[in-house]
Design a protein around this ligand. Sequence first.
Ligand code: ATP
Ligand code: MG
Length: 531
Amino acid sequence: MADLTGKTFGQYQLIEPISSGGMATVYKAYQPGLDRVVAIKILPEFLLGQAGFLERFKIEAQAIAKLDHPHILPVYDYGEAERTPYLVMKYVPGGTLKDLMAKGPIDPRQAATLLRQMAEALQHAHDQGIVHRDVKPSNVLLQDGRWVQLMDFGLAKMMTSTSNITASGTGVGTPDYMSPEQAQGLPVDQRTDIYSLGVVLYQMLTGDVPFHAETPMAVMLKHIVEAPPPLRTQHPDISPEIEQVVLQALAKNRDDRYAHAVDFAAAYEAALDPAATLSTAQTPSLSTLPVTPAIDQRRGPWPIVAGIALVLIAAIAVVALVLSTRSNSAPSTVQLGANLLDDFSEAQIAPALWQYKGTFTATLNSPAIAIQNGRVTYTIKNEGDEYYDGGLRHEATKPFKLIAARVSLIDATSNGSDVGLEVNGLDAEPDAWAYLAMAPSDGTVYAYVGHTRSDSAEQTYTLLQGTGLPATHEFAIGWDGTQITFYVDGQARKSLPTTQVGQWVRLLFDVDPNANVSGSFDDVRITYAKQ
Ligand SMILES: Nc1ncnc2c1ncn2[C@@H]1O[C@H](COP(=O)(O)OP(=O)(O)OP(=O)(O)O)[C@@H](O)[C@H]1O
Ligand SMILES: [Mg+2]
């Protein structure tokens, strides 16, 4: 496609091309009305000639724009200019998971963090009945190398008229991540995304996708009929438990995969660190996984029709075989990743974990504080006449890299209280701390640094002006070895030099006398530095 730099699409001024993928070209663009930089995806012109494309484009764009999740890239707008359809999205610098994986396999714990975020994004979409259909590393934007924003939801559907398989056999996107049912052009549901996510995990752990072949069609055929090469033959360090989880996601028969994306993430977290995880998710043993028909590689690619027919027959046999052993993942009471703090387990939500400052009388309504699936709900009523400074506190055993949570403040009866995330031990001083919090008056987000160093002692920074309650923001505080950074909704808003951080971290609620706050912390996670 010709370079469109300098052109205007709708109100968007194209600044420069970011990259051109298989089908589309992405530009960095400027939106003068809101004085912001956006990413604009220019779709191929020929699509307009396809029957029903504009209608599909509109329906899908509207459905995707309704997805509101911290790990889903927001779609701002869509339109058509110069006989070319375009989609406008949030611009996220920092590259993709594909770029990260170009450097080789990913540490299994880092993979857990990324998998969890991708799974939660997919789960959110699946809960709204939206299937991504093109989960792959180039569709996973990574802010700061760790904050996932999944993109291109439903794009595959927009670009496909009736079948995924085009005349050239290349289909939409790359076949490397395509589920067997997608490769066969069959109807898909959320389990197709779970399969593709399984391929992504396979690649994160081994550095390579399971199947290679000379043509896209031959790769698709392998997805349909061939068992993935065992991970452990390539990487003996990978445990049998982890291998089993990956293979279950890659089951040829979708009934044998995890039913929900978050079940997959939880099973991987459990396999990674069985002792530290309280997940009750059950996975079938390897022997219950479907046996896939082997192909004799020496014969070269089979005629596709014969191959698919054989697979269908085999698949029916496999379904019959495994029906009785289908996985039945019980909902976990606590699904905390291996690298999340296990102190947040139910058993330990005890008064001892609450740190109080000063004297006060607070009614901590303990049933209202519960952790489920990484979620902490709180209802704090401070009936005393002293300020209440409390929180769920975790003593760090090693340097942490990131504490993150989606923080919601639903209701509050005071202006002075705040709710958010806090770390202490800045520059190794236990009394120096920093927090990122929301003010109940209107949800304004600010960072507060109580630092003993003279140049930044007791600073408050307003990071985002609030618009009223209820308010939800994705908060994270990261430390990269030289500076501490506050992130709001995935964007770095403020950094300060700090040589060390963290004897403890906590979910913080400070409540005025005679006041209430209530809300939740979701997707609570802490990542530690490797030692
Ligand atoms: N919103 C965005 N912010 C920043 N970079 C982006 C954004 N969207 C896309 N990119 C960059 O552009 C690249 C190309 O994206 P695109 O979706 O067009 O291609 P692809 O995913 O590699 O392939 P396909 O066309 O099969 O989806 C991405 O890999 C990413 O590097
Ligand atoms: Mg893409």
